[in-house]
Design a protein around this ligand. Structure first.
Ligand SMILES: [Zn+2]
Length: 202
């Protein structure tokens, strides 16, 4: 939740914005708009103030041929706000991590990525922040996030941009001192992940 003082600031700023746009904030349609906007932002843009979702960990980690297996989620909707224009962008996310000693609840993977989306941001930064949070929350070896999104700031400015998708992918890992074979395995996996994400997120 936004701190109470920030809610008042958002209300006042919204009334100022309406006036600057030549609208009368006291007319019937706009009368409660500053309050409504503050309430809405409190719900969807509180990421700078709310704690990330607590990660439930399960201690059984399945292995195959002695190797830990990546856990993947695809085709989950994601919404955020462009930091440059304060307009929404929305699309689909794919995320995966390679567990070490514990597993995250599956819904937690999506919640962690969505937590990072609850601030005005740029898609590139959102994707990297989400991969970093997924890695630290899972305490795993590596995490990857891919987002495909349509940006309203592009769409609203020209019909030619409608439906255009921006695709970003970020990886976070603990492979600084890994062997060449381990890095090769990581890169091979990331290529397969990207192909599956592009196929699923339709
Ligand atoms: Zn924008």
């Amino acid at each position: 939740m936004l701190p109470p003082a920030n809610l008042i600031d958002v209300q006042n700023a919204t009334a100022d914005l309406l006036r600057a746009l030549g609208c009368d904030p006291t007319s019937p349609h706009f009368e409660n708009t500053p309050k409504r906007v503050a309430k809405l932002y409190d719900k969807i843009l509180d990421g700078n103030f709310a704690d990330p979702p607590k990660a439930t960990a399960f201690e059984t980690v399945p292995t195959h041929d002695g190797r830990h297996q990546w856990v993947e989620v695809h085709n989950a909707p994601i919404y955020s706000f462009c930091a440059h224009h304060l307009l929404p962008f929305h699309g689909k996310l794919s995320a995966a991590y390679l567990p070490d000693c514990s597993l995250l609840g599956l819904s937690k993977i999506i919640k962690l990525v969505r937590h990072c989306a609850k601030v005005p941001t740029v898609q590139e930064e959102l994707t990297q922040n989400a991969a970093n949070l997924l890695l630290t929350s899972s305490k795993g070896f590596a995490a990857v996030v891919l987002i495909e999104a349509e940006h309203m700031c592009m769409t609203l400015r020209g019909a030619k941009s409608a439906g255009a998708l921006t695709v970003t992918q970020s990886v976070s890992h603990r492979y600084e001192h890994a062997s060449t074979a381990a890095l090769h395995h990581l890169h091979a996996y990331l290529e397969q992940f990207q192909a599956r994400a592009r196929a699923h997120n339709r």
